[in-house]
Design a protein. Structure first.
Length: 365
């Protein structure tokens, strides 16, 4: 298969993880990188043997087929629209946008141009989560009824060198980490019909704890504790909490309860981990993984799948419909809290196709 040529825009913290993983996927040929901070682009280019360029030059390059958009969330749609105007497919870091209005604009522009939109996260394609999906699809827990999903910590300012955007509109624990949990729940259970939510902010300010901005004060402008219920189309009801206000806890990441048993799903921000199953009152058992992509950080797997889909003409798994559905769900938590009512979710998406069992590099179809 002829590799798809990719240009990367946004050379910040997450770009190194993408570029390290890219070397494992022959479907991808990343040739250049750009950033508003030219020095940052030069550093990444030197580190990964790429060509540093400007955003404008990258978009004008006719050899670039896909723009990998790793900018901050507030720039996802402006950069994505610029790429579409330049005739490029787009794969963006999560979330798809900071609002459904912005997300619709991006998807409509891509559809009108006949171009694809992809979006992180792709961790649900990891071996642990594909194993959990196969077990659920095979009836291991019977009919899914309910469950829990918890993402609880005290924020990123203690480690991130420039964390202000986590506390700006479009940030917060739901928009930052929620996509991993919600996308994986859609992978496991399908689309969501309605959301009941409540939001709070425990701290008015945050203090940067590392890097060149150590000691700087960040004003918190978005909810930092988001909780509520997801009512799925299939009838399951899942309790979800994402928080930057929790110092310590003992909750697991995700559990799904069915008519015949319970499945424990590991961290959806990772590709691997332990999947545990208990049938009715039987003892817990750790399940062998039925799929690959579990033993590393494959944080470009979704783009590799999109590249193969472009070449073969099939749908790609980390697609705009799923990302938009996740975006509408995340937005609904805040709306529900503000308006004091359950919010119906208007969009629907298909569950992404499962990966083949024992999938390996180059085996994504």
């Amino acid at each position: 298969m002829e590799p798809v040529t990719v240009g990367l825009i946004g050379c910040g913290n997450i770009s190194a993880a993408y570029l390290r993983a890219a070397a494992q996927f022959p479907e991808l040929r990343i040739t250049c990188c750009a950033d508003m901070n030219a020095e940052q682009a030069e550093r990444r280019a030197t580190e990964f043997n790429l060509r540093a360029t400007t955003v404008e030059a990258l978009l004008a390059d006719p050899a670039i087929e896909v723009v990998l958009n790793l900018t901050t969330p507030q720039a996802h749609v402006p950069v994505g629209l610029a790429a579409i105007r330049a005739g490029k497919h787009v794969h963006t870091e999560k979330p798809l946008a900071t609002s459904t209005a912005e997300g619709r604009t991006l998807l409509q522009a891509a559809a009108a141009a006949g171009l694809r939109v992809g979006s992180a996260p792709d961790t649900f394609l990891g071996g642990a989560h594909q194993t959990a999906r196969k077990l659920i699809d095979d009836g291991a827990i019977g009919t899914p009824l309910s469950g829990t999903a918890f993402m609880l910590n005290h924020g990123h300012e203690h480690w991130h060198p420039d964390p202000a955007f986590y506390y700006a509109p479009g940030g917060g624990p739901m928009f930052d980490m929620g996509p991993y949990y919600l996308t994986n729940l859609i992978n496991l259970l399908g689309p969501v019909a309605r959301v009941t939510g409540a939001t709070t902010s425990g701290f008015a300010e945050r203090i940067v704890g590392s890097g060149p901005k150590t000691g700087e004060v960040i004003k918190v402008e978005t909810p930092t504790h988001v909780t509520g219920l997801l009512h799925f189309v299939n009838g399951a009801v899942i309790a979800v909490t994402t928080s930057f206000d929790v110092w310590q806890h003992r909750h697991g990441n995700m559990e799904i309860y069915g008519t015949e048993g319970t499945i424990v799903v590991p961290d959806p921000n990772r590709f691997g981990g332990t999947v545990s199953l208990a049938k009715r009152r039987e003892a817990w058992a750790d399940m062998p993984l039925s799929h690959g992509f579990a033993d590393g950080n494959f944080r470009i797997l979704g783009l590799a799948d999109m590249a193969r889909a472009i070449r073969t003409g099939r749908p790609h798994r980390c697609n705009g419909d799923v990302a938009y559905h996740v975006l509408e769900i995340m937005e609904a938590f805040g709306r529900s809290s503000d308006e004091g009512r359950t919010i119906p979710i208007d969009s629907r998406c298909e569950r992404p196709a499962p990966l083949p069992a024992r999938s390996v590099l180059g085996d994504l179809d």
